[in-house]
Design a protein around this ligand. Structure first.
Ligand code: GLU
Length: 496
């Protein structure tokens, strides 16, 4: 049996989009399932729109998603180069071959001539394809055009035959050959068109399965004709349904984030995103939704890819991400959120191991509540930086009466030898009893004073994590601040 060889062939003209990432993922899963080869090919023949920065970003984003490839511009391989811009000599060789065999011809028509004839043809018979004018030029005509300095394109001589394909997702599809006119395969600047480059590459790279978006289905008859003209075996085709937004229009910025980078920056976990993408237009036989990578590789099959469009649902992704946030080890959550914590100035560039260990403990305490990585700085930030008090909270919780209670409590806490959650709870509860204070009147102001928040981990856990010195420092700082006398004059937080 021949080895499965599939490719992901993005054009580096922008950041990796959800729809393309899904194409990459399905190719990857298919290759891994069949112990085949997954290769990355950069389709950068559109010189004006392609940029090296986008190529770099594409590779980074694919890696972030957890994909790796066996051949590609960065890892090499036996079928390189893997950038179309470096393969121009190969396209030239094969277009020459087609020209010699009379399967392609040079066309000297100018843009203006083509446009004029197209308009006329449209008006007369409603058919606007190339009219084949240069199909049978004589030597004299060619010489005359060359003398005029016209730069020819190379057109493929399209045979009028019906083309059928058994698409692995869409089933049997028939295309009428007559509807395709002689199309350009090499432009006047000597560069190949998209159709020609794709076919030459798929042929030379010995691609066995072309798995790509349904928007390429209409290009497939052209590709099949080119494969035949080049006397190459046809790969199998599988055209994946499109990805739509919830309103069933093509997924775009209007629907929110669409690039992989944007999801990464919004704090999504790569593992969750990988899992979610796999469910866009594919379903397991059992209807299972949560899969490890290994399970997905085992279960994946093109047969179970849906013909109908997939709808990208941000809410479901968020739900799934929360699920992964809860089952990811705190150490990994810390590792993934480190750049966020550093960017917000909550952690230094080189944090001490002790500090990291406490962050990890905090993450573990709060883990149930995280939906994305971005919740981590928000929820553990109080611990890393003195709080900035929200005036509304000050007015509600740090009233003169509450401050009186806090100052009495501070004296008690100063004599507390050990800051352990259970011991602290005991102390604070006894304090309430002795003084006859309702616990809520003590607990809420205490929480706000030490953290600036009304949410967060258990109060005593929080105090234990902050430690005696820091807890008392924050309490003292609240108590000393003039702003809290009336609780009404702006409530700027205590100085750090
Ligand atoms: N470069 C094409 C695209 O980005 C892919 C072509 C193909 O997969 O055949 O849509």
């Amino acid at each position: 049996m021949t080895m499965v060889r599939v490719r992901f062939a993005p054009s580096p003209t922008g950041y990796l989009h959800v729809g393309n990432a899904r194409t990459a993922l399905f190719n990857y899963l298919f290759a891994r399932k069949h112990n085949g080869c997954f290769l990355l090919r950069i389709e950068d023949t559109d010189r004006e729109r392609s940029a090296v920065e986008y190529e770099k970003a594409l590779l980074e984003d694919l890696h972030w998603l957890g994909l790796d490839w066996d051949e590609g511009p960065d890892v090499g391989g036996n079928y390189g180069p893997y950038r179309q811009s470096e393969r121009v000599h190969l396209y030239r060789q094969l277009s020459e071959k087609l020209l010699q065999e009379g399967l392609a011809y040079r066309c000297y028509c100018t843009k203006e001539e083509l446009q004029e004839r197209k308009e006329k043809a449209l008006a007369e018979k409603g058919n606007a394809g190339y009219d084949g004018r240069c199909r049978n030029l004589t030597r004299t005509q060619i010489a005359a055009y060359e003398k005029e300095g016209r730069k020819p394109v190379v057109r493929f001589l399209v045979p009028s035959e019906t083309i059928e394909v058994n698409d692995l997702i869409r089933g049997h599809v028939v295309f009428e050959g007559e509807t395709i006119s002689d199309f350009v395969i090499v432009k006047s600047d000597g560069l190949p068109t998209f159709h020609f480059a794709v076919v030459v590459d798929d042929l030379l790279m010995q691609i066995t399965h072309v798995i790509r978006g349904e928007d390429h289905l209409s290009n497939t008859p052209k590709h099949i004709l080119l494969f035949r003209a080049l006397k190459a075996p046809l790969p199998q085709f599988a055209h994946m349904s499109m990805t739509l937004g919830p309103d069933r229009t093509r997924l775009s910025k209007r629907h929110g984030a669409t690039s992989i980078r944007a999801f990464k920056e919004a704090g999504y976990l790569p593992e969750a995103f990988f899992n979610y993408l796999a469910l866009l237009g594919w379903a397991s036989t059992e209807g299972q939704e949560i899969f490890t990578r290994e399970e997905l590789i085992r279960e994946f099959s093109l047969k179970r890819c849906s013909k109908t469009a997939a709808v990208f649902d941000h809410q479901k992704l968020l739900w799934m991400n929360g699920l992964y946030m809860r089952k990811t080890p705190p150490a990994r959550l810390l590792e993934l959120s480190l750049p966020l914590l550093q960017a917000q100035g909550l952690l230094p560039a080189q944090p001490e191991t002790k500090l990291l260990a406490r962050c990890e403990r905090l993450i573990a305490l709060e883990q149930e509540k995280f939906k994305t990585l971005s919740d981590i700085p928000e929820r553990i930030g109080f611990f890393l930086k003195p709080p900035v008090y929200d005036p509304e909270l000050v007015e509600k919780y740090l009233t003169p009466a509450a401050r009186q209670i806090l100052s009495e409590l501070a004296t008690v806490l100063e004599n507390q030898p050990e800051f352990q959650p259970a011991l602290l709870e005991n102390t604070v509860r006894s304090f309430c009893q002795e003084k006859n204070y309702r616990p809520a009147l003590v607990f809420h102001p205490l929480r706000v004073a030490i953290s600036g928040m009304t949410k967060g981990p258990g109060l005593f856990e929080m105090m234990a994590l902050l430690g005696k010195e820091e807890t008392l420092r924050r309490l003292g700082s609240v108590l000393r601040n003039e702003t809290f006398r009336t609780g009404k004059d702006g409530g700027a937080g205590p100085a750090a």
